[in-house]
Design a protein around this ligand. Structure first.
Ligand SMILES: Cc1ncc(COP(=O)(O)O)c(C=O)c1O
Length: 316
């Protein structure tokens, strides 16, 4: 079990009051840079790139993207050429995330927002392949079929590590939740916390990834009411609540993904959503590099929200 990410029990007066137990699978500890669901989703995509004899990997992301950051480092380690198609925002070209990605050798290709919206179109992929022949194209967030077997490792590990009733994960593009649903195969209840405002398209995205098997899975749900104003939006009170929780359990979170999951959990528990005796497992999906961009922009205090270890030389 030595390579499994650890599980921490979180003791908190609110959980005691409601008679529930809460634990967290610390996928943020898998690696200082390629952590959380990033590693799980990229693993088989990088195997495919190497075994399929592709020239390199090309993927998409915003200028603060955890996926871009992790992909750049993983490709640096594995000596795979990589290209990031980055959504506009030239003023962010030298931010923390993109500085790291560039340093690790990712070629950054900026496109405006209109062009970026074409990121799922096969015609756009063909155009990109003219410039980057032989590249393996991985969608935004790394959420494709190849993400699923990597996410299955989380369930394999959990089945050997712990007993629980409900597994909770943040949801952005749906690949993480789809992989968990697929591997869990109706053993537990799975709850996804949508971190962005959406109109149900995430359910569709998850079902698309599950393909023909989707109908066989009935025990999952995406909760859409906890985005707190939209992607990467949060207010002062949210930050204070998260900060207090983070200090209480001595586990690092960031307010875009894992933090929104925590705030949603607190709201759900307070409202009596979980019956007494319920055992909850949270998945810490990492993403702590995002603190770099948030502190750089003055949205968080860097003393309260320190960055995890970073290595621009790529020697980790
Ligand atoms: C840290 C972190 N947690 C959770 C998610 C959500 O995962 P998914 O996009 O697979 O829904 C992301 C985005 O990939 C992320 O970067």
């Amino acid at each position: 079990m030595k390579d499994f990410s650890p599980i921490n029990k979180i003791n908190h007066p609110l959980f005691t009051k409601h008679g529930i137990s809460v634990s967290i699978k610390r996928d943020d500890l898998i690696h200082p840079i390629i952590s959380g669901n990033k590693w799980r989703k990229l693993k088989c995509n990088l195997i495919e790139t190497r075994q399929g004899n592709y020239t390199g990997v090309l993927s998409f992301g915003g200028s603060f993207s955890n996926h871009i950051h992790a992909l750049a480092y993983a490709c640096f380690q594995q000596k795979i050429p990589c290209v990031g198609i980055i959504r506009g925002e030239a003023e962010n070209a030298s931010n923390f995330t993109l500085t790291c990605a560039r340093q690790w050798g990712m070629q950054l290709h900026f496109v405006d927002r209109k062009t970026y919206r074409r990121r799922h179109e096969p015609e756009f992929h063909q155009e990109l392949l003219q410039s980057y022949p032989g590249y393996f194209i991985v969608p935004e967030g790394g959420s494709n079929q190849l993400a699923l077997p990597g996410m299955a490792d989380v369930i394999d590990e959990l089945n050997q590590q712990a007993s629980f009733d409900t597994l909770i994960t943040p949801v952005g593009s749906g690949g993480t939740l789809a992989g968990l649903i697929n591997a869990d195969n109706n053993q537990h209840k799975l709850l996804g916390i949508a971190v962005l405002k959406q109109q149900g398209y995430l359910n569709e995205a998850v079902n698309d990834l599950l393909g023909d098997k989707a109908e066989g899975f009935s025990n999952w749900q995406i909760l859409n009411q906890f985005h707190r104003g939209g992607y990467a939006k949060f207010n002062v009170e949210d930050v204070q609540r998260l900060q207090a929780f983070k200090h209480h359990c001595a586990i690092p979170f960031e307010p875009v993904y894992s933090g929104k999951m925590i705030l949603a959990l607190l709201d759900l528990v307070e409202s009596g959503y979980f019956p007494a005796g319920h055992r909850i497992m949270l998945l810490h999906t990492g993403g702590l590099q995002g603190l770099g961009g948030l502190t750089e922009r003055g949205l968080l205090d860097s003393k309260e929200w320190p960055m995890p270890q970073t290595d621009l030389s790529g020697k980790l």
